[in-house]
Design a protein around this ligand. Structure first.
Ligand code: GRF
Length: 204
């Protein structure tokens, strides 16, 4: 496995994918490359973004497989064919099962739009807004077998303003996602993240 070979799993618009590509292209993330982008949804804008940067873009259709394990075995085959050492979940809307997780434990990173462990799962920004929090934010973490429960790498706070809507708040959180996700990827590919139980130590 080559830790500078990155795969990105997506389901939607791919703005976080774009932030990774941009930070590789401007060398903020040095010596790394996105080798393949895999979507579980056909025709996503994220796949278009990949093609625009001459990155292989693959749609894997879960409906073609009888089981989640079958679907994930196909994704695993693609990852192994590209000698992928780091898998990023960038708006990938499925819970990763053991077939995919086990080979990539400690090598799979997710971005979540809330300050974990609060508001895991879908629509983290909306959940936080509806709860009436004064501060929300985003979290980059290693993936484990729970939903948004893995060891935390970086978090960034975003203050909730009096006149915010959930959408406006989500936009400001997204701006911070586009900063901390590439930062975590840089640290990973430079070998500076050490998982120590629940804690991630940053050797910088
Ligand atoms: C982001 O808010 C991310 O935190 C969440 O899904 C959204 C994906 O957005 N996991 P994009 O596809 O990267 O634009």
């Amino acid at each position: 496995m080559n830790i500078t070979n990155i795969a990105v799993l997506v389901s939607g618009r791919g703005s976080n994918l774009q932030s990774i590509i941009d930070n590789i292209e401007n060398s903020t993330i040095p010596h790394a490359s996105v080798q393949v982008v895999i979507s579980d949804v056909d025709g996503t804008y994220a796949l278009e973004r990949a093609k625009e940067h001459d990155i292989e873009a693959v749609f894997v259709n879960q409906n073609k497989y009888d089981t989640k394990a079958g679907f994930e075995t196909e994704i695993l085959r693609i990852l192994e064919a590209h000698d992928i050492g780091l898998v990023l979940l960038a708006g990938y809307m499925r819970v990763v099962g053991p077939t995919l997780l086990e080979p990539y434990k400690g090598r799979m990173i997710n971005i979540h739009p809330a300050l974990l462990p609060s508001f895991p799962g879908l629509h983290g920004q909306q959940q936080a807004f509806d709860h009436g929090v004064k501060v929300s934010g985003c979290t980059v973490h290693f993936v484990d077998d729970g939903v948004d429960t893995g060891p935390i790498i970086i978090q960034r706070c975003v203050t909730v303003l009096e006149d915010d809507t959930a959408e406006v708040l989500a936009d400001r959180i997204l701006e911070q996602e586009h900063k901390i996700f590439p930062e975590a990827v840089r640290l990973f590919v430079q070998g500076k993240l050490i998982i120590d139980g629940r804690k991630v130590r940053i050797a910088e």
